[in-house]
Design a protein around this ligand. Sequence first.
Ligand code: M6R
Length: 364
Amino acid sequence: QKGGYPHFMLKEIHEQPEVFRKTIRPRLNNGLPDFSQESIPDDIFRECTHIQVIACGTAMYAGMVGRAIMEKELRIPVTVSIASEFRYDTPLMDQHTLVIVVSQSGETIDTLAALRLAKECGCKVLSIVNVKGSSIARESDYVLYTHAGPEIAVASTKAYMVQLAVLYLITARMALVRKKDSEEAVRAFITSLEKAPDMIEQIMALDETIRKQAEKLAFAHDAFYIGRGMDYAFSLEGALKLKEISYIHAEAYAAGELKHGTIALIEPGVPVIALATQDKIFAKTISNIREVKARDAYVILITKEGADVSDDVYDIHLEIPIEDDRFTVFPCAVILQLLAYYTAYAKGYDMDKPRNLAKSVTVE
Ligand code: M6R
């Protein structure tokens, strides 16, 4: 059942290139995104003035990456809400709001309640769901299924990857429909997206290096993940992965926030996983990393290949083989998943069934 892997989580990490291809290929027509098989009308993309993403946990962190890419490419406001907060808020939405609900299981109770609230407000709901026929899928106006197959490990990995893939596809379709980009530009975007599975496969080659870092991380009581912009969204997911399966206290911070309080927690040897994959704010992030390094933190730095960085700002430097900043989430996600997996492994935990957690949260 585990296909020769010691745990479902590792098997599912390795399945990512395949499920990514399965999720995007059927939705491409002549190199352009096409949701006609799912009967999703372009009007919902053309007519909305605001996008509201609603989800929990990892699915919500996928939504945060979605927000970054959508706002950048579409210049439309996107809000991401935690379903358990959203459902008790006074929602600011109407028929011009496109609500995108993201859920692997399709059964998360808070997400389902938020979906119902959105429908009461007159919004159209498009959901990104993995489990066919689940409650969220049934109650949504439109569904784009992710084709991750069953995700057994409690820690979500491959479902996150394909949720991202679908969010990127929606972005591309909207860019086309709203005439934000030419067909040629959208085709180029899709070509880059299609490279993600190969990139993920290349990251698997870093397995041994990541495992060695994880063996060090296993001794830590706390770990910090830092990044700016999109990198911050990836950091949040990385920290969640580590805490839920290795029980190490891990927090993600927008790197620029460090000096507003958190840097007080940095002491010699504290692991800081620093992501600096975005050119626009690269220098700013590196200067934040210098600040933690000056306090003797143990820095695991992730950048694009060939990034100009001097070796006094990190202890270990992992480079991802990519040029286009917009797609760095795919290789980064795999590094962060493997880091969490091998840390839990080094600690001897059963990361497929972490304590206190259920795969699907169907009660409040
Ligand atoms: O099934 P859902 O995607 O709605 O679940 C949402 C969260 O419960 C889930 O992503 C959770 O955070 C994972 N255990 C994280 O790995």
